[in-house]
Design a protein around this ligand. Structure first.
Ligand code: ITT
Length: 196
């Protein structure tokens, strides 16, 4: 069976491929199929994951898996949340996560010491079939943000996130270690349990 991985984000595609590796499913990326990047008009992670999976399944005629995810910061009342990718974009649409992490840290400083550094990542994974069926699972990982960012592994906000009980950032740990605890791995565990 062939599965479309409905993402244009290389970091996500790599992690999803690693998480799917044990299942022997043949995967094809959205870019390989030349699928368009849908406008993310939803107001929740689940909405956006579903619209991306639905569009990819409809256009390809294949089952499609989409991931909508982001960083939710307590001191910022949940921001950047579903806008996590957009916080990294300039007017021309090019992304710089150094800039996005600076924005997050500036917000934390402005909120004051009492607001703390707690944050969590969220991942909604949606699996859509061409016949219209769709299933969605949400995973989370809780932790705290640090400054300055550390490590060059992972992607996005990983260099400033330390999961609860760890002392290294997601930018410093092995991919295998991230897959034991990440929001994406948590959503995957729920998805595979439901499909088993
Ligand atoms: P697609 O919609 O094509 O999948 P995207 O990058 O636009 O790609 P999102 O709208 O879901 O995807 O944006 C999620 C952003 O949240 C992503 O660009 C990262 O910066 C951040 N993010 C999500 N998961 C992350 C992780 O595991 N580590 C670090 N940052 C993460």
């Amino acid at each position: 069976p062939k599965l479309v991985i409905a993402t244009h984000n290389a970091g996500k595609l790599r992690e999803i491929s690693e998480l799917l590796a044990p299942y022997g499913i043949e995967c094809v990326g959205a870019e390989e199929l030349d699928l368009p990047e849908p406008e993310e008009t939803g107001i929740t992670f689940v909405d956006n994951a579903e619209l991306k999976a639905r569009q990819a399944a409809d256009l390809s005629g294949l089952p499609a898996l989409a991931d909508d995810s982001g960083l939710s910061v307590d001191a910022l009342h949940g921001a950047p949340g579903i806008y996590s990718a957009r916080w990294a974009e300039d007017e021309a649409g090019s992304r710089d996560f150094g800039r996005a992490m600076e924005r997050v840290w500036q917000g934390i400083e402005d909120a004051g010491e009492d607001a703390g550094h707690d944050a969590h990542f969220v991942c909604a994974l949606s699996l859509a079939w061409p016949d219209g069926a769709i299933e969605t699972f949400e995973g989370k990982v809780f932790g705290a943000l640090v400054w300055p960012p550390r490590g060059d592994r992972g992607f996005g906000y990983d260099p400033m996130f330390v999961a609860a009980g760890m002392d290294r950032t997601f930018g410093e740990i092995d991919p295998a270690e991230k897959h034991r605890i990440s929001h994406r791995a948590d959503a995957f565990a729920k998805l595979t349990a439901a499909l088993a």
